[in-house]
Design a protein around this ligand. Sequence first.
Ligand SMILES: N[C@H](CCC[C@H](N)C(=O)O)C(=O)O
Length: 355
Amino acid sequence: MQNDSEHGSAKIRELHGLTRIPETLKQSQHKRNTHLIQWAPKLTERGHAPMELSFTKLNGAGNDFVFVDDFSSEIELTTSQVSWLCDRHFGIGADGVILVRPSVRPECAAYMHYINSDGTLAQMCGNGVRCFAKFLVDRGYVQASDGSFVADTLAGPKPISFTVDDEDKMLQATVDMGHPILEPSEVPVNAKANATSPAGAAYAREIEIDSPWGPFAFTCVSMGNPHAITFINDFNTLPKDLFISEERSLETLDLEKIGAFYESNPVFPEKANIEFAHIGEAGIEMRVYERGCGETLACGTGACATCVAAALTERTGRENDLILRGGVLHILWTEDDHVMMTGPAAEAFEGTVVL
Ligand SMILES: N[C@H](CCC[C@H](N)C(=O)O)C(=O)O
């Protein structure tokens, strides 16, 4: 007969579909009789020798990342290793992992390899590339006195200018995020272009996509990665069960429900980052449900895409403060079609893990 604690553990394991206790857990349970379920791949089951991994934790406006110096280009992480590194209870905790590698482009200082917390690769990461700047400056790969460099990404080279505040160890960077991509087939989104931008580009403007809570109108913009932005003027027009409290506002919108529904909607063949925006008095208020991550406190490419969408739909001008849960990003969509993103980057701590 199982005693209560073993019965309880069996119940938890059953819930999580774990049919056996890893050896390491048996010892820990034996010693500390805990219900800890380790998601970390067991040392003895990796099929390779344990890998010691030094990392640095950085964030841009609360969008946080595990950085790894991979200038030797030897590190390949499995999906389960990325998920464990990003797990906020059993691992380090982050929205994604960034491997810093050499660039093949002579004009670029290094290449940023961004992986979402679910292990999927993404073309670009705006908050991540500002943290990338801080990582390179702090380690002397880029001289602080230079004040600028070019980062290599899957979305192409991104020129960055930066200042370093030695006092609070913060870095402020302005990144040329390049041209917004508006052609529906390139976002990509399965929708016909129904509008033309001032520069003459066809795009999907306020296309209605139905949901169990009614249709939402999305404007679709890529910054190298796909974004779908919906603007909500009056939250009281939305169903009550879309909110986590009686108050109906952007802050109480149940993003786990509505964000997840649209992130994987078949209208987005490569899924999409979903932004919910409201034009406020101090700027564009925005929350984001990210592809491959879920809700994050900020999204740089999402802030860029939302600024472009707000200007395209004549809600605002081409320069806006994007007010996110984790901070404010300043976005300018220039007349010559470059999106300039300005914001902070900070380091939290360094460490070493064994994978
Ligand atoms: N947080 C990132 C975006 C990550 C995009 C990723 N979720 C995807 O496109 O799959 C940013 O600051 O731009």
